[in-house]
Design a binder for this molecule. Sequence first.
Ligand code: PMP
Length: 360
Amino acid sequence: MSVYNFCAGPATLPPAVMQKAQQEFLDWQGIGVSVMEISHRSDPFLALAKQSEERLRRLMNIPEEYTVLFMHGGGRGQFSAVPLNLHQDNAPAVYCHSGIWSQGAFDEACKFTNAVSIDIRNDSESEFSVVPVAEWKLPDTASYIHYCPNETIDGIELFDVPKHPTAPIIADMSSNILSREINVSDFDLIYAGAQKNIGPSGLCIVIVKKTLLEREGLPRPGILDYALETKQGSMFNTPPTFAWYLANEVFAWIEEQGGVKAVEELNKKKATLLYDFIDSSDFYSNKVASGSRSLMNVPFWLNDESLNSVFLSKASESGLLALEGHRSVGGMRASIYNAMPYEGVVALVEFMARFAQEHS
Ligand code: PMP
């Protein structure tokens, strides 16, 4: 039986990458030891670091004016790093609230800086959606504008990028980086915890415009300091080397798939299959409006919630794992990141149809 893992993160990784890692586990590049057991400052590891950055730059078409960092502390580490590096005395940090993760970023920023929150949700009783970016009420001055293009828990994705005449645009792409083409130049800083579309948890990718490194910000730990980490090649302290190695392999895998454009097409096909099925059913529902639906995280509800636990146990028995919704919202959630094959979504839809028939 095939097993498909719909976990929101740490999430399923491409089997080809895992098999390669397994083969190389005890002997990387013929050195006779694991990549985990060598110095991060050794030539082979420095070559890996360079290769991974080059691959990511190619995949995302990252211009030269941006530095790419491989940092510690996951997505939440950046909830602190962003205000600590980018704080300005006379301008508030603006956080656009679209769901649970943007709220988390705002809460953390309030510990360090003068942060204000702007509500960009536009919910009605029957439908959840987001205000179009052109209508966001952004102040004239801000030290930066932070938003979360993909709310992993709420299943809400923002496809347009906000603009501001002076303030840098910061995006938490933890759950949708590399899932579809974006124009990096529309952003001033992008960060993404690795454990959805990149690799193991703990690692965080940061893509930051070099001009932002000149900001004084606030006193901060060295490992969260963008300018210092840039100077040190993301090696101010020992980086998470195994996670970095796996990220490099995932980047290579995405290139083999045909790059981000090819992955995006497949992601749209997977998401369409699942949303269309949910919409056509009177057994399941998803309240997110069609233009705000995440391509990566699909929450759904059984109309009869008393069937939740039997749904989950039957799904597990059928090899469909980790479909339980986030504890804060309940229901179900299928995370269908890059590494989830189309067949996995087909298997899920077939199971859901069967379950509905048996319990209607
Ligand atoms: N931002 C988003 C959008 C996330 O989905 C998550 C984790 N699911 C985080 C931030 C926090 O990441 P971490 O657990 O790596 O700190």
